[in-house]
Write a protein that binds this ligand. Sequence first.
Ligand code: ATP
Ligand code: MG
Length: 331
Amino acid sequence: TNRVFSGAQPSGNMHLGNYLGAFRNWVRLQDSYECIYCVVDMHAITVWQDPAALKDQVREAAAAYLASGVDPKKSILFNQSRVPGHAELAWIFNCVARIGWLNRMTQFKDKAGKNRENASTGLFVYPNLMAADILLYKATHVPVGEDQKQHLELTRDIAQKFNNDYGIELFPLTEPIIQAEGARIMSLRDGTKKMSKSDPSEFSRINLNDDADTLAQKIRKAKTDAELLPPKADMLEGRPEAQNLVGIYAALTDMSRDAVCAQYEGKGFGDFKKALTEVVVTNLAPITEEMARLQKDPAYIDSLLKEGGEKAQALSAPILADVKKAVGFLS
Ligand code: ATP
Ligand code: MG
């Protein structure tokens, strides 16, 4: 069977990049794959999370998946820490992956920043846990944003080395599914940085729970340049902020970037931002409303996550048992 695993970290507010780069595609995959969608709370604590806030963030993430169209009847939806196999397999992968491999991970460098000595060791071995998330279910496909491509390559390296070292074809070489439009949504403040939950500036991102006024204000304040929109998208080269806004418009309307440029050719960003605001508000309003509705009933969300966790546990148990046997652990 073709099985998909994907997840997002409950490390803050879910944003437009998560929606266009992940959630929206997850929904589309539900009809052709067996899908497992996880709120990866163990990844979130690689940087400090306030415990009380973390609980709400896990529920917000689950609400965002559901509001985007993830259907718990079709897909498994749960939070990672419920299934202990993630941590167990991650430990084994800590012993498979090489320090040199992890040293090449650009996300660690970005997230650890200048004070690398003070980053948690969890942040450094985060890609090993991600490999465990995927391979604990022998997922064959992972839909990822551009930012996670390197981690997925590491997952394949780990699978291959494990299979080689233990002389058993246990793990598949998982394939990425990367969507063209929306694969990489950039910060509204800096077109060269990706939009992130962990960016300290609220004005850098469009949150899925922003109201219409906040959305309008953020888009109005988004960094742009004084030039006009060109007739073709490749003429936006060297204008990362302009490229990003055109890209967001294209992704939300399912238009090509060229078609968006053609429609607004010769207009300035003042006009374009007004049109973009309308597109963003129209597309996000139903999601924002549904998230708010779901979050009013945390007990319901918790019960869904518990049920999903039981299914994930059942699916992973025989795979983890095979892994332990291959490694030589007594049972
Ligand atoms: P953090 O800053 O805590 O890492 P994040 O915003 O990067 O948070 P993740 O939870 O790491 O979000 O990623 C969840 C999913 O969203 C992943 O599939 C990732 O590829 C996708 N994603 C995250 N940011 C973007 C973005 N700016 N554009 C497109 N996809 C994105
Ligand atoms: Mg991230």
